[in-house]
Design a protein around this ligand. Structure first.
Ligand code: ZN
Length: 130
């Protein structure tokens, strides 16, 4: 599935974002290893630390659908600047992806940037598997 098709899913999710405090609406679409698409939006809360990023919503949707492997993740910014995942979300993505998994960012004006997860999160925390 190409990045622009995934972007369409992310844009649809972005419309549902609950962001009355920041007005910074983000949409995400994950291509699961099973070929299905899982989308999500950010969900803010009046108690600010309880807010949830769009990446977390999409990951929760994916796991709830019994998929635990991210093939690609697309993040749509609400502005003309790219929106990179926050540090916490980088670790959440790493739970279900590998170092080569593509993370794709789109701005509203159509700028596109593709990076590997390893670029965003070098030396990710892992349990010792030896
Ligand atoms: Zn985040």
């Amino acid at each position: 599935m190409d990045n622009h098709t995934l972007k369409t899913h992310a844009l649809a999710a972005q419309k549902n974002a609950h962001a009355p405090y920041s007005n910074f609406k983000v949409g995400v679409a994950i291509l699961g290893s099973n070929g299905n698409v899982y989308s999500g939006c950010n969900v803010e809360n009046v108690s600010f630390p309880l807010g949830q990023c769009a990446e977390a919503t999409a990951i929760g949707t994916m796991v709830n659908s019994a998929c635990t492997s991210i093939k690609k993740i697309v993040i749509v910014s609400p502005t003309d600047e790219l929106c990179f995942p926050c540090g916490g979300c980088r670790q959440k993505i790493a739970e279900f992806a590998d170092s080569n998994t593509e993370v794709v960012m789109f701005s509203q004006s159509g700028d596109e940037k593709v990076v590997s997860l390893e670029t965003l999160l070098p030396f990710a925390f892992q349990m010792d598997e030896n």
